[in-house]
Ligand binder design. Structure first.
Ligand code: PHE
Ligand code: ZN
Length: 879
């Protein structure tokens, strides 16, 4: 097979070996010039005490042009070292020495956006996970922690700003070459030892929003947010979020910031959301810029949570880092849990929890059920970039959350204090995290740890009966096999529950410890099967898994009456939402086979939904969540073999029927929730969310007023959430004026990249096979750009992952578009391409016709794909 790429080796957890040499300090000199950047690095090496015999050390290096290599200032001749297959091996090393290398790299030609690259004229870095090896030779692994001193040199006019980690300690103009003052340099020193994946450098001409934060112990920290000059007015929200996050981490975890400067730089070309480099975060513009005119409410919330997430990494990730990449969830799962709790504290905790659970069950659960299923601490990988997954992040956060609840808030805080204290400055493992939990609480978490090593989502089956005057709940757990992991062990599953009587009031329960609130009990299940008995009157409705107390699929045969009762009376936000979802799913499932019954199904739902609408003013955001139909992707996952066309028919029939059955409500919500002045508080955001939802239903029900309302809103929006909500209603429902609105929108926002991303995404998500053609046309649009990941994700990603009836068009045209796009992108940016390739993960469950078409396409792409894409497609095709 001709791939043009070397075969990808497998890395295994069991093969972990400490490095032969440690690095105490690194002096980097990065000389940025047109076309080529020269990197000089001096590494102070010291033999690792655990390998006293070593005289050989290997360094990673990818695509580096080696100019010279010197040991203790003596140039090495080529017999002493070898540079091949991305590894530099140096022989005959003394116990301590300095290795100096000079290499050339070409940031201008770096479209993979790993290592040093160019974005809109600025030069910046991305090193996690293995990008540093594209800048210079280094043991590119997180367990080598070194002190970095970095000098950056560049043209003064084009790059007035030269940044790196830590504090600036010296600077000046370059005096050589007679062109005095044309070039300058700055030296930065980071006093904290760090792994090279946290290294960062930025050179550019940027605007800065500056503020200060006084830490709890009275230290003054300069906060500097950088962006392109045109975006200076979009940094206030990130700044406010950063200050809130800093205060919150002091109050909640006792964690204080440790450097004198904290910087964030916004970059237009970025593979992921953001990066927690020590003292110098680099962010995708989409996760830091926010302005009401250009950013939706969801965008505002995302900025707040990502700013907080990266800030929290300073302790959970940077001060205490990962021993190896198998431990990735050590920093990511914990930090996601921290940012989730932060957002919950800033706004409505109940709404935030439902949003997080919604995301987990609709995205991570499918990952667990597909070919990419893997444990939170995997055993092996080919490309670590492919393991920045929802399982590592979101399921990892749920595992930390369960430990939080098992220990209780007070012990959990003691445990994290212990963890930070004993591991500060070290590279550790998930076992070390759990060990701290056990050390302070005396809790035995040995069985609990299976959550880290076992892949797949457990199914919790619950049955109940009245017998001998008691109510018995019987729990059974079962985790289906996942690729490479056939046998599963019983997990520790905390089940928070309440029992509602026939009036919907909670029965008095014996709390029995485990942190249960009044009217609740927490059952800690640790066997395959367990029964718990209660002295309660007959006719109760079990409210199970309250707060989503464990990441499991709950299988309990609720009656419609029980669900209506939970939805109306349960005090737990998750259980109310889950009840609504179950009602919708039951109706939708029936419609997949009996399409004509939509009106009858909708009519049956009207009384319960009217109750939700009647109470919607209490918490508009929560009402919007309760009234949201599950999406076509989620519905499709319940029907195998998958035929996305019949799923789409059922879904749109239901939406239309609900649109009609509740039309007077949708109309009044659309009209009454219109704000007259702009507010960005949580309640105002909730009202806009609910109004956009109402408008969508109104249009789905073909109400004659829908078009007028949408156009009015579109013409005079107060903010982007309104403008985009209106545009989406017009375009998705093909209302009169839709085309004109699209043109107007593009004219208005052609210079705002993040808004134009939304413009592409709105069009890529119009349901129906005809959208394939529209997406093909948009790929040729002058504003489309293969080299900008945000743009590719907005168009191709939305089409693939958010529009099943188009992607899975029966004639295979969607697959053709997808596979061509995948190959094209792969040649530019393998990491982003591999993520896109995951969009084909439902291949194994497709009905035979589509399956054959897609298989053929994927096999073709795989022949010439990068290692990243080969790993993903290989897993999909093998399943
Ligand atoms: N570590 C980043 C985070 O905070 C994510 C990331 C991974 C960014 C790899 C870039 C590259 O989640
Ligand atoms: Zn992170």
């Amino acid at each position: 097979m001709e791939t043009g790429y070397a075969a990808v080796a497998i890395t295994r957890l069991q093969d972990y070996c400490p490095p032969a040499y440690l690095i105490d300090s690194v002096a980097l000199d990065v000389d940025i010039r047109d076309g080529v950047t020269t990197v000089t690095s001096s590494l102070s090496l010291r033999r690792n005490p655990v390998s006293p015999e070593s005289t050989v050390m290997t360094f990673n290096g990818e695509g580096l042009t080696l100019r010279t290599l010197a040991l203790d200032d003596v140039v090495l001749d080529s017999s002493r070292y070898r540079y091949e297959n991305d590894l530099l091996t140096v022989q005959g090393l003394p116990a301590t020495c300095t290795l100096t290398s000079v290499v050339d790299i070409e940031p201008e030609n770096n479209t993979a956006l790993e290592g040093l690259y160019q974005s809109n004229g600025m030069i910046c870095t991305q090193c996690e996970a293995e990008g540093f090896r594209r800048i210079t030779f280094f043991p590119d692994r997180p367990d080598v922690l070194a002190r970095f001193t970095t000098t950056v040199r560049a043209d003064k006019a084009r790059y007035p700003l030269l940044l790196s980690n830590g504090n600036p300690v010296a600077w000046g103009d370059e005096k050589s070459h007679g062109e005095e003052g044309a070039r300058h340099w700055v030296t930065w020193e980071d006093p904290f030892p760090k792994p090279c994946y946290l290294f960062a450098l930025v050179a550019g001409d940027l605007a800065c929003l500056e503020d200060t934060f006084v830490t709890v112990s009275g230290r003054k920290v300069a906060l500097r947010l950088y962006a392109e000059h045109r975006d200076l007015d979009k940094l206030d929200h990130a700044m406010a979020s950063l200050k809130n996050a800093m205060r919150w981490d002091e109050q909640t975890y006792g964690r204080e910031y440790d450097l004198d400067i904290y910087m964030i730089v916004a970059v237009s070309h970025f593979n992921m959301g953001a990066m927690e480099n020590k003292g110098l975060n680099i962010f995708n513009t989409s996760c830091v810029l926010a302005h009401p005119a250009t950013t939706t409410d969801a965008g505002f919330q995302r900025v707040e949570s990502v700013v907080a997430h990266e800030y929290f990494h300073n302790w959970s990730g940077n001060r205490v880092t990962c021993r190896d990449w198998f431990q990735l969830s050590l920093k990511e799962g914990f930090t996601v849990f921290r940012d989730q709790e932060f957002s919950a504290d800033m706004h409505s905790a109940a709404v935030k929890r439902v949003e997080d659970v919604d995301f987990l069950v609709n995205h991570q659960f499918p990952e667990d059920q597909g070919p990419m299923a893997h444990a939170v601490r995997p055993e092996k990988y080919q490309k670590i970039d492919n393991f920045y997954t929802l399982t590592i992040y979101e399921k990892g956060a749920e595992i930390v959350r369960m430990q939080y609840h098992l220990l209780g808030a007070e012990n959990f805080r003691k445990a994290t204090d212990h963890y930070f204290e004993i591991n500060d400055g070290k590279a550790v493992t998930c076992d070390d995290f759990v060990a701290s939990m056990e050390a302070v609480s005396g809790y035995d978490l040995s069985q609990f740890k299976r959550w880290y090593s076992q892949a797949g989502t457990p199914i919790l089956t619950v049955t109940d009966e009245y017998r001998d005057g008691q109510y018995h709940l019987r729990f059974r757990q079962h985790t289906p096999a996942t690729p490479g992991q056939e046998q599963k062990q019983p997990l520790v599953i905390p089940i928070r529950l309440a029992l509602l009587d026939e009036q919907g009031a909670p029965c008095a329960l014996d709390a029995g410890g485990n942190g249960a609130a009044e009217g609740e009990q927490v059952v800690i299940m640790d066997q395959a099967e367990q029964t718990v008995s209660f002295n309660v009157p007959a006719g109760v409705t079990p409210s199970l898994l309250r707060g989503f107390s464990a990441p499991v699929v709950l299988d309990y045969d609720y009656s419609v009456d029980q669900l209506a009762r939970l939805l109306a009376y349960d005090s737990d936000g998750y259980c109310r939402w889950n009840a609504a979802q179950r009602l919708y799913f039951a109706a939708l499932d029936r419609l997949v086979t009996e399409t004509d019954e939509a009106d009858a199904e909708a009519a049956a739902l009207v009384p319960v939904l009217e109750q939700v609408i009647a109470r919607s003013d209490e918490d508009p955001a929560q009402a919007a969540l309760l009234l949201s139909l599950p999406g076509e992707v989620a519905l499709g996952d319940r029907h195998k073999p998958l035929n996305p066309a019949s799923i789409h028919r059922a879904h749109s029939a239901m939406k239309k029927a609900l649109g009609k059955a509740l039309q007077s409500h949708w109309l009044s919500l659309s009209e009454n929730l219109l704000a007259t002045e702009l507010s960005m508080d949580g309640r105002a955001m909730g009202r806009r969310q609910l109004r956009n939802l109402a408008l969508d239903f109104l249009a789905a029900g073909e109400h004659p007023e829908a078009g007028r309302l949408a156009v009015e809103l579109f013409e005079l929006p107060l903010c982007m959430s309104e403008e985009l909500g209106a545009l989406r209603a017009l375009v998705h429902h093909g209302l009169p004026g839709a085309d004109q609105a699209l043109t107007q929108f593009a004219d208005r926002w052609q210079d705002e990249a993040l808004v134009m991303d939304q413009w592409f995404a709105v069009q890529a998500s119009v349901p129906g096979a005809h959208t394939v053609e529209q997406v093909s046309r948009l790929l040729e649009h002058p504003a489309f750009d293969w080299k900008t990941p945000n743009r590719v994700r907005a168009l191709v990603g939305t089409f693939t992952n958010g529009n099943p009836s188009a992607f899975h068009a029966e004639n295979g045209s969607g697959y053709q578009l997808f596979s061509a796009a995948l190959s094209r992108l792969d040649a530019i940016n393998p990491q982003v391409a591999a993520r896109l390739a995951n969009g084909a993960a439902r291949l194994p469950v497709l009905e035979p016709g589509r399956k054959a078409l897609l298989t053929e396409r994927l096999a073709e792409v795989k022949k010439t794909a990068s290692g990243n894409v080969v790993e993903v497609l290989g897993r999909i095709l093998a399943s």
